[in-house]
Design a protein. Structure first.
Length: 390
């Protein structure tokens, strides 16, 4: 029989109150390990609350639930942003999770076990508090720190400039000329949203042509294909994806968006670039409502200089250029991050009692991966805890 473990050296802290953090805390609690979620904002699921209004999961409801509590069927097959937030709030309540909001962790250090009741890790908060734990799960997520390329002359741009994190809906951009920079899922969806929402002109700056897949074909979701093929050889997945693309998506080369030369899974594994799920981009490009253009090379006052040498003068530039994990200050001194600031692994111990969760990039669905990795962490933490059985 599993019994709760006492505080002190048996305490676990989970840093981050998004899906990964909540899942980790629920699984740890289920294994009898006292776990407290430390969230820097005042609410759980903070980053999800600020995403653009039309956002829906690109993974199906039945394959996106976290451990121990399914997403309600009433939320539909493709769960909307606000419904996911409701689900995560309900997840916290269902599991009775201990969440400390307004608590930002600035640094994680190895603790002197003898001096800290046998604890392995020492956490320092922005408020000067020190917390000790045997187990720490870092789950601050991919969308932590907005990233902007170092474009020459950006500070001289006289138009409106914003990162995609600040985009909500097309209302403020009706009748305006907008350039969206970046053709990942966020950039593609924002461009389609603007085109449908009345922007006078929408251009999409493309550095590397993306792989575009249908969200589902005849009711079969792209996620299901990703789950089936995830562990297949890279070359085989690349070939299967190429055949599927030829059968299900049109060639947009004539519109300035050619098919990629490199394989889809090659891009995922090498560049962490997942395919773009079509939720309106293909039709918007074919109709001329979204025009692909060359990548941005720099800014010149009211103009944006593109890589092909042309200069355009949009009213608004929306940079859908991604995020960084923002882990350097917290754990960079531990020597575990790679050159891009990413953890070495997700869902397994990278040091005794230290885990990262939610940093896997795959073709099988981020929330599904989080659920799998959270369960793995729970089992490992339980095995690693003294007096784990009565």
């Amino acid at each position: 029989m599993v019994v709760p473990i006492g505080q002190g050296a048996g305490q676990a802290y989970v840093i981050g109150g998004g899906p990964a953090g909540l899942a980790a805390a629920a699984v740890l609690k289920g294994h009898g390990i006292p776990a407290t979620v430390l969230e820097r904002s005042e609410v759980v699921a903070a980053s999800w609350r600020t995403h653009y209004d039309r956002l829906r999961l690109h993974t199906i409801r039945s394959l996106s639930g976290l451990p121990g509590f399914a997403i309600p069927r009433s939320y539909g097959r493709w769960v909307a942003r606000d419904d996911l937030v409701r689900y995560l709030e309900g997840y916290r309540e269902h599991h009775g999770l201990d969440v400390r909001t307004g608590t930002e962790i600035e640094r994680v250090d190895q603790a002197d076990g003898a001096a800290h009741d046998g604890a392995r890790w020492l956490l320092r908060t922005a408020g000067g508090e020190e917390l000790t734990a045997r187990t720490v799960v870092v789950a601050t997520g991919h969308n932590h720190t907005p990233h902007l390329p170092d474009w020459a002359g950006r500070e001289t741009f006289t138009g409106e400039f914003l990162h995609a994190k600040d985009y909500r809906n097309p209302g403020p951009y009706a009748g305006r000329d907008v350039l969206v920079v970046g053709v990942g899922n966020t950039g593609a969806e924002i461009a389609a949203d603007l085109a449908a929402g009345g922007a006078r002109r929408v251009r999409l700056a493309v550095r590397t042509p993306p792989h575009i897949v249908r969200r589902d074909v005849a009711g079969w979701p792209a996620q299901a294909s990703g789950i089936l093929l995830r562990h297949a050889p890279r070359v085989a997945v690349d070939q299967a994806a190429r055949v599927q693309a030829l059968l299900s998506t049109p060639d947009l080369s004539a519109y300035g968006l050619p098919r990629p030369q490199e394989g889809m899974y090659t891009r995922v594994l090498r560049d962490r670039a997942v395919p773009v799920q079509d939720v309106g981009l293909i039709d918007a490009v074919k109709s001329g409502k979204v025009k692909p253009v060359a990548s941005v090379a720099g800014f010149e006052g009211s103009g944006v200089r593109l890589a092909d040498g042309s200069v355009i003068t949009p009213d608004v530039v929306i940079a859908a250029t991604g995020y960084r994990q923002g882990l350097d200050k917290m754990v960079g001194h531990l020597g575990m991050l790679d050159g891009d600031g990413r953890p070495p692994a997700s869902g397994v111990a990278v040091a005794p009692g230290l885990y990262f969760l939610g940093y896997t990039i795959s073709i099988s669905g981020a929330l599904r991966d989080i659920a799998i990795e959270a369960r793995r962490i729970g089992r490992a933490a339980r095995r690693d805890t003294p007096m784990n059985r009565s």
